[in-house]
Design a protein around this ligand. Structure first.
Ligand code: AKG
Ligand code: FE2
Length: 372
């Protein structure tokens, strides 16, 4: 490549629109170095050397055996669940009951979606944050100063009959695979919510007449699937697949392929989550931290990319309905545990993300009444 060419490639002011088309598009056009638009300030870059040298920076997340949770050992599993949510804000679920075939079909159909010609993917690009389907790149491509090395497909899943007509028709099996997978993920979510509420001491103590309403709220709640595609990257030490962030919802159920990349912040360090075959990574979102009045932690996480393999993940973000106000459960607030968060709702979150770079956990910080 001539020096003139490489200068052009590095200068975002020359053609910013090409970055808006995403990293797959750049890679398909033979990028051999990371353009300046993706280069993080030194202080925000991942330290990949440190990672390779320190094996103890790999983390085996606490494991919640879903089959055991339904059996006689439930109370012990609930204790482990509480500890995981307090200490890490993350755990892995094994024996989850979702058939391998359902997972494989989902991953496979999504991979073929990202393999479509750019024009076919681009049909779903939209600046409307509440569109039922949205293809895009980076974290918040309208506002991000530095782009991250990720393209995404976001599918709103609830109410399904309203949103399904907007979902991609190509590849032909994507809709069916995504509907089946989303229903299974929702079932798992509801079961995990049951466990989370019980672990917080809320099931059985809530007033009977309230219980049906509570369940309906979770059943009818928001459900967004985010398919993340992280192409292999020529200089993974300069950029990130996703910047540090916390998830806005109640719980996120993450399906990742066998390629590692997810890191969570634990005791002030970035630690890599070792992928465990046939399991899901589940994390506490901002709404659960608020709902639990700070007992369960919505923890910062980020994604590394690597030079040899592309990676894919499917995050199912579940929460209350978009019109619902989220606040600490009244049962978890008393004189010894004063209320720690303001009321919040989805529209204030949307306003926040559309108006600034949602780096780090600023949104959650902005909801705090006192330091937790
Ligand atoms: O790809 C991953 O491992 C994490 C994705 C994630 O954090 C998200 O979609 O919010
Ligand atoms: Fe996340």
């Amino acid at each position: 490549m001539s020096p003139v060419m490489s200068r052009r490639e590095d200068d975002p002011s020359i053609d910013n629109t090409r970055y808006q088309k995403g990293v797959r598009h750049l890679c398909e056009n033979g990028i051999t170095s990371v353009p300046r638009k993706y280069i993080l300030p030194v202080s925000d870059r991942p330290n990949l050397n440190e990672r390779q040298n320190l094996h103890d920076l790999n983390l085996k997340l606490p494991i919640i055996d879903f089959a055991q949770l339904q059996g006689p050992e439930r109370s012990q599993v609930l204790k482990n669940l509480a500890k995981a949510c307090e200490e890490y804000g993350f755990f892995q679920v094994t024996n989850h009951g979702i058939p391998m075939g359902v997972i494989q079909k989902m991953i496979d159909a999504c991979k073929r979606f990202f393999d479509l010609p750019f024009e076919d993917r681009a049909k779903y690009m939209s600046a409307d944050m509440s569109a039922p389907v949205r293809y895009g790149t980076s974290f918040n491509q309208k506002n991000d100063g530095v782009f991250c090395w990720r393209d995404f497909l976001k599918l709103v899943c609830n109410p399904l009959s309203d949103v399904l007509p907007y979902w991609p028709t190509s590849p032909a099996d994507l809709r069916e695979a995504a509907v089946t997978y989303s229903q299974q993920a929702k079932f798992l979510y509801i079961k995990l919510v049951e466990a989370v509420l019980e672990s917080l001491g809320l099931v059985g103590t809530t007033m009977k007449e309230d219980e049906d309403n509570v369940w309906k709220e979770f059943q009818d709640g928001s459900h967004l699937m985010v398919v993340n595609c992280y192409p292999s990257c020529p200089q993974p030490d300069l950029t990130l697949g996703m910047p540090p962030h916390s998830d806005y919802g109640f719980l996120t159920i993450l399906l990742q392929d066998e390629v590692e990349g997810l890191q969570i912040q634990s005791q002030g360090k970035w630690v890599t989550v070792e992928p465990l075959p046939n399991s899901f990574v589940v994390n506490v979102g901002d709404h659960l931290e608020i709902f639990s009045n700070g007992r369960y932690k919505s923890v910062l996480h980020r994604v590394l990319v690597n030079s040899s393999k592309s990676r894919m993940s499917v995050a199912s973000l579940h929460s209350f309905g978009f019109d619902r106000v989220v606040r600490p459960s009244s049962k978890l607030v008393d004189e010894a545990n004063p209320r720690r968060y303001k009321d919040t709702d989805f529209s204030s979150f949307l306003e926040y993300v559309s108006s600034c770079e949602p780096k780090r956990k600023n949104f959650l910080e902005s909801r705090k009444l006192t330091s937790v």
